[in-house]
Design a protein around this ligand. Structure first.
Ligand code: GBH
Length: 440
C-alpha cells in the first residue's frame, strides 16, 4: 500500500513528443541539428513531428486523466523561450483535470545558438540557463509546484560530449568533464534564481545506477556515474578520487570555487532508474566511451532478462539505490522521476497491445520502491517513463517505452494493457499479489 499523497505519474520530454519545431518562434536546438545530420540517428528519424503533442496536448491530457495520473512530468523547451504560451495552456489543462504539473527546465534541447558559442563547455551557458529558468518561473510559477532544473546531466555531458552518441555529437573527454561542471553550475545558479523568484520545491534529476563487480573499477565507475553529480549537489564537494581521475583530462582546480553555488539546498532529489551496471578489471579491455579513462575495465552484459534496449531488468537494484541514497545523502526526500522499459509491442488479433512484460517490469519496480520505503527511505513519488511511445534519441522511433502506443503514421493513440494496469494501481494504491513477482 502506498501513502495517499504518494505522487504517481508519467513523464515525457519536449523534444521527444512535441514536434512543431518551427512554430510560434521556436528556435533550432542541438537536437534539430543532430537528428538532421546523416548517420546520427537510426534511419534518419527526427523530432520534427514526434507525437505532435504540441497540437494534440488536449487529447493527451484526456489520456492522462483516463489513466488517473496524479502528476505529469514534462520538460519546457528552452528554444521556445520567445513564446511560452503552449506551456501556459498545457498547465491549465492539467490543473483542470486535477493533474499536478512537474516541470523539468532542461531535457537536452539546448538552443543551437548557444551551442555555436560553445554550448555546455562555455561557462556563460550556466548564467543564461538561470535567466531562462527565471523567465519560465515568472510565466508558470503561480501554478507549478515542483521545479526540476536538469534531467540527467551525466547524459548531457558524457553522451553529448564524451561519446558523441547524442547532440551535440562531440567526442572529447576534456569537453565532457567541463560540460559536467558547467551543467552543475547551471543547476546551482538556477536553484538560487528560482528561489529568489519564489519557488517552493526545487530539484534536480540524476540518472543513477548501482555499480557491481570488482571493487576498484566499481568505485571508479560509481564516481563517474553517480558521485560526480551527487556529491557536489548534496555535499558541496567533488569526491577526491573523481577529482584525481578528472585531472587526467582537465584541470579541475578552478571548479572547486564554484561548489558553494552548486550546493544550493534542494527540496527533493529526482532519481531516474533503469538498470544496474557490472564491471570487471580486465587487461586490455577498451573501457567505455561514456566513462573516460576506463581502459582496462570491462562492462559486462546483463545476466538475466533484458528489455528491448538490451538493459538488464534488475528491480532489486532500485531498492539498493534508494537505500544507498538515504544512507549516504540523508535528509533529502527522493522521487523516482523515471522508470520504465522498452518492449517490442505488437498488437494482438483484436488490435490490443497486451504488454504483460511492461506490466511485470513496472510492478516489480514499484514493489522494489515499496521495499525501500518499508526500510525507511523517504520516497515521495514515482513516474513511469513514458506516457507515450516517443522519439527515443539516437534510436529514433524504434524503441517504445509508452503506456500508450503511438501509430506515427496516423498519430493514433492506443492505451496498452500497462495503461489500464497502472490506472487500477493508482486507483487502489496497491499491488496485487501476482504483480511484479518478477524473477531476476
Ligand atoms: C532516460 O535516460 C532519458 O531521460 C529519457 O529521455 C529516455 O527516453 C529514457 O531514459 C529511455 O532511454 O547500456 O546497460 O550500460 C536514460 C539514461 C543512461 C539509462 C545509460 C541506461 C545505460 C545502460 N540511460 N544507461 S547500459
Amino acid at each position: 500500500m502506498f501513502p495517499d499523497d504518494f505522487l504517481l505519474g508519467a513523464a515525457t520530454a519536449a523534444y521527444q513528443v512535441e514536434g512543431a519545431v518551427t512554430e510560434d518562434g521556436r528556435e533550432p536546438s542541438i537536437w534539430d541539428t543532430f537528428s538532421h545530420t546523416p548517420g546520427a540517428v537510426r534511419d534518419g528519424h527526427t523530432g520534427d513531428v514526434a507525437c505532435d503533442h504540441y497540437h494534440r496536448y488536449l487529447e493527451d491530457v484526456e489520456l492522462m486523466a483516463s489513466i488517473g495520473l496524479r502528476a505529469y512530468r514534462f520538460s519546457v523547451a528552452w528554444p521556445r523561450l520567445a513564446d511560452l504560451s503552449f506551456y501556459d495552456r498545457l498547465v491549465d489543462a492539467l490543473l483542470a483535470k486535477g493533474i499536478a504539473p512537474v516541470v523539468t527546465l532542461y531535457h537536452w534541447d539546448l538552443p543551437q545558438r548557444l551551442q555555436d558559442r560553445g554550448g555546455w563547455t562555455a561557462r556563460e551557458t550556466s548564467e543564461l540557463f538561470a535567466e531562462y529558468a527565471t523567465a519560465v518561473y515568472r510565466r508558470l510559477g503561480d501554478r507549478v509546484h515542483t521545479w526540476t532544473t536538469l534531467n540527467e546531466p551525466w547524459v548531457s555531458a558524457f553522451v553529448g560530449y564524451g561519446s558523441g552518441r547524442h547532440a551535440p555529437g562531440i567526442a572529447d573527454p576534456a569537453a565532457a568533464f567541463t560540460a559536467a561542471h558547467n551543467l552543475l553550475r547551471a543547476h546551482g545558479l538556477a536553484v538560487a534564481a528560482l528561489r529568489a523568484a519564489g519557488a517552493r520545491s526545487v530539484s534536480i534529476t540524476l540518472n543513477l545506477t548501482p555499480i557491481h563487480g570488482d571493487p576498484e573499477p566499481a568505485t571508479l565507475v560509481d564516481g563517474l556515474a553517480n558521485r560526480l553529480f551527487l556529491d557536489p549537489v548534496l555535499k558541496g564537494r567533488y569526491p577526491q578520487d573523481v577529482l584525481r581521475h578528472m585531472s587526467r583530462f582537465v584541470d579541475p582546480a578552478p571548479f572547486e570555487a564554484d561548489l558553494p553555488v552548486i550546493a544550493q539546498p534542494i527540496d527533493v532529489l529526482g532519481v531516474n532508474y533503469y538498470t544496474t551496471t557490472e564491471v570487471a578489471a580486465e587487461q586490455g579491455a577498451p573501457g567505455h566511451p561514456e566513462y573516460p579513462g576506463t581502459e582496462g575495465i570491462r562492462f559486462l552484459p546483463p545476466r538475466g532478462p533484458v528489455t528491448e534496449m538490451g538493459w538488464g531488468v534488475v528491480p532489486s537494484g532500485l531498492t539498493e539505490l534508494l537505500l544507498r541514497l538515504a544512507r549516504d545523502y540523508p535528509g533529502t526526500p527522493l522521487m523516482i522521476t523515471e522508470n520504465g522499459a522498452a518492449y517490442d509491442d505488437k498488437p494482438d488479433a483484436s488490435g490490443a497491445y497486451v504488454d504483460t512484460d511492461r506490466v511485470d517490469f513496472l510492478a516489480a519496480h514499484l514493489r522494489a520502491a515499496r521495499d525501500a520505503m518499508d526500510r525507511g527511505v523517504d520516497l515521495r513519488g514515482y513516474f513511469v517513463w513514458s506516457l507515450l511511445d516517443n522519439f527515443e534519441w539516437a534510436h529514433g522511433y524504434h524503441k517504445r517505452f509508452g503506456l500508450v502506443h503511438v501509430d506515427y503514421a496516423t498519430q493514433r493513440r492506443t492505451p496498452k494493457l500497462s495503461a489500464s494496469w497502472y490506472r487500477d494501481f493508482i486507483a487502489t494504491g496497491r499491488l496485487r499479489p501476482n504483480d511484479g513477482t518478477y524473477r531476476e
